[in-house]
Write a protein that binds this ligand. Structure first.
Ligand code: SF4
Ligand code: SF4
Length: 478
């Protein structure tokens, strides 16, 4: 029996061939690299992490500037107070983000993956910690090959401890977007964090630790759907990290002083450094592969090799397929940026962003939702009045205390009573407060035919000319 996929081709006609669909994971030890793209990557790491870890600590007036308070169903984003009824804005932000991703991908390939995706950013940070504790690529490989011993134990323990603490801090920060972070810290300090907060801190920390410490490139290769459909957004004018085959081949090692032309060699000295720095472990010289996250590490290291051997930089570089084939200059490639596909994405993006900004600027600074209280039947009350009961949720979406006036209309003789709040003409709400109010509609008995009658509640914020109209029904029993 032949039980290896590679033996299948050599198997005879009578041999039973078993093809294994499983390939054991080969651990990747990316070599550290410096250069232009590495600097950009680290700049993005700093920027994204300063925003992520810093934002929940920012104050806006008396509250946290960005807080998604699921308990009270209010989202605070600086001066904006959003209620579940404003979910349309969040949906619009998500659509705009997706379109921006399409646009950037069409113009410059996997910029998101290589520079700002949390998976890339945290892998970069975890690799940096690993590098600081276990050493460079060769030292890490030696350490892993070594048998158990004090050095291995202490280095591995320290690395996992630092990773764990960093992951916990990340999980804590994540939960700090949903629970006021200062309160969360105080509760954590006295070990009194709520069960849900505890669960999410540890869950998010575990996900960060697992994804950035162990799964790394496997998330990009096997789990991320974006890697699979990005090719649909690429065209021949999309910027990608490319190896210049024409210039590099035939590859081969040579002495520094040797003349490549006389040896019949191209510029690639076959040093394999571009493979060693690649976080996904691929060889860019084999052409564009879906595993390539466009980080530019191979371009950086190849430039340093070209400097050392005295060749022109750019054997691996950001370029377009058309640019490479036609030997276009950078300006010729840039001229192709404004092509129909890009213009369509950019126009839709600009239009949606403008609509979102305008609708946010013009949105009513309060919300009202009314439902007829189904638990209370239509009833006759004092004075021979037929009464229906309603529950209204009134939401103040401003940062100041506000007073509201509610009126009802729709049928003759209709009267509105707000017994619990005292006066329907002046209902006070604290800044960003949401309040349930019981409202009573009364009509002289016999005024209306039995059945259902349409009524409207007009809600007005005093000092603001906007009026919200909420529909409901008044029921008259048969
Ligand atoms: S780093 Fe450059 S020179 Fe070295 S193998 Fe890769 S492409 Fe060739
Ligand atoms: S091939 Fe180059 S650009 Fe692509 S992931 Fe590897 S190192 Fe980054």
């Amino acid at each position: 029996m032949v039980n290896k996929a590679t033996d299948a081709a050599q198997a005879g006609p009578t041999d039973e061939v078993m093809v294994s669909l499983y390939a054991a994971h080969q651990k990747i030890y990316p070599r550290s690299v410096s250069g232009l793209f590495s600097k950009w990557r680290w700049l993005m790491v700093w920027l994204t992490q300063i925003v992520f870890y810093g934002l929940p600590w920012l104050e806006w007036g008396q509250r946290q500037a960005v807080l998604f308070d699921l308990g009270s169903r209010r989202f605070f984003i600086f001066g904006l107070v959003l209620y579940p009824q404003d979910l349309i804005y969040l949906a619009a932000i998500l659509i705009i983000s997706a379109l921006a991703l399409f646009l950037f991908t069409a113009v410059a390939g996997r910029l998101w993956c290589g520079y700002t995706c949390p998976q890339t950013v945290y892998t970069e940070i975890f690799l940096w910690i690993e590098h600081k504790i276990e050493g460079d690529r060769a030292a890490r490989m030696r350490l892993d090959e070594k048998g158990a011993g004090l050095e291995k134990f202490s280095k591995k323990s320290l690395k996992h401890l630092v990773w764990g603490l960093f992951a916990l801090w990340t999980g804590f920060t994540f939960v700090g977007y949903f629970t006021p972070i200062r309160e969360l810290l105080q509760n954590w300090a006295v070990l009194q964090m709520g069960p849900w907060e505890t669960f999410w801190v540890f869950f998010y920390a575990f996900a960060t630790y697992g994804n950035a410490g162990f799964l790394r490139e496997q998330v990009c290769k096997y789990m991320c759907p974006y890697a699979r459909f990005q090719s649909a957004m690429f065209d021949k004018d999309t910027l990608i990290v490319t190896y210049d085959q024409e210039r590099g081949e035939p590859r081969g090692s040579r002495s520094r002083k040797a003349d490549a032309k006389s040896l019949g060699l191209g510029s690639c000295v076959d040093c394999h450094l571009c493979v060693q720095v690649c976080p996904t472990g691929i060889d860019i010289r084999k052409g564009l592969q879906y595993e390539c996250i466009g980080c530019g590490a191979c371009a950086d290291v190849c430039d340093s090799v070209m400097d050392k051997v005295g060749y022109e930089r750019g054997l691996i570089r950001y370029t377009t397929e058309n640019g490479m084939i036609n030997h276009w200059s950078r300006s010729s490639m840039l001229r192709r940026v404004l092509r129909p596909r890009v213009l369509v994405y950019a126009s839709i993006l600009a239009l949606l962003t403008a609509v979102l900004v305008v609708s946010l600027a013009l949105r009513t600074p309060f919300r009202a939702d009314v439902v007829r209280d189904r638990g209370v039947m239509s009833r006759i009350v004092e004075g021979g009045l037929l009464e229906n009961v309603y529950r209204m949720q009134l939401m103040n979406a401003t940062e100041q205390p506000q007073s509201f006036r509610i009126r009802a209309r729709g049928v003759d003789g209709l009267r509105l009573v707000a017994r619990d709040t005292g006066d329907a003409d002046s209902i006070a709400l604290e800044p960003a407060q949401s309040k349930w109010i019981t409202l009573y509609l009364q009509v002289p008995d016999g005024n209306l035919e039995p059945g259902s009658h349409r009524v409207w509640f007009d809600v007005e914020m005093l000092g603001n000319d906007k009026v919200l109209e909420e529909k409901s029904v008044f029921l008259v029993p048969r």
